[in-house]
Design a protein around this ligand. Structure first.
Ligand SMILES: [Mg+2]
Length: 132
C-alpha cells in the first residue's frame, strides 16, 4: 500500500492563532509524507460546518480546545459524540478544572490533554489513533 493511501484527516479546533503554526511545525514529517492531513478550525461552529460538508469519512480524530468564544469545546464534544460515533475526540485545555474533566469524560472524550502540549506524547497518541 502507498503511504498516501493511509492519509487521514485530523481536525484541530482552537481559537488561538498560533496553534496551526505549532502543529504544522511539530507534525512536519507526518504532513510531508501525507500520513496526516490537518484541518484547522478557529471555533466549534466552523468545525461543525466543516464536518457537515466533509464528503470523505477519513476524518478519524478531532483535537479540541475547551475554552473558546461561542460554543465551547465540551458542547462540541457532546454534539460530535452523538452524531459521529466513529470519530475520536481529544480535549485540550490550559486550565486545571476537575468539573470540565468530569464533563469531558461523561460526554465520551477519548483523551484529556493539558497545555502546554507535550507533542512527543501527543504524536504517539495521534499515530496510534490513525493506525487503527
Ligand atoms: Mg481557547
Amino acid at each position: 500500500m502507498e503511504e498516501s493511501d493511509l492519509s487521514k484527516i485530523v481536525l484541530v479546533v482552537d481559537d488561538e492563532e498560533d496553534v496551526e503554526f505549532l502543529f504544522r511545525q511539530k507534525f512536519r514529517k507526518e504532513i510531508r509524507s501525507d500520513l496526516i492531513v490537518f484541518h484547522f478550525s478557529r471555533s466549534a461552529e466552523s468545525a461543525l460546518k466543516y464536518l457537515q460538508e466533509l464528503p470523505d469519512p477519513s476524518l478519524v480524530l478531532i483535537l479540541s480546545d475547551i475554552n473558546m468564544p461561542g460554543m465551547n469545546g465540551l458542547e462540541l464534544l457532546k454534539i460530535i459524540k452523538s452524531n459521529f460515533h466513529q470519530i475520536k475526540v481529544f480535549m485540550i485545555t490550559a486550565y486545571e478544572d476537575e468539573e470540565n474533566h468530569q464533563t469531558a469524560i461523561s460526554y465520551g472524550a477519548d483523551d484529556y490533554i493539558h497545555k502546554p502540549i507535550n507533542f512527543n506524547q501527543l504524536k504517539e497518541k495521534v499515530l496510534r489513533c490513525i493506525e487503527t
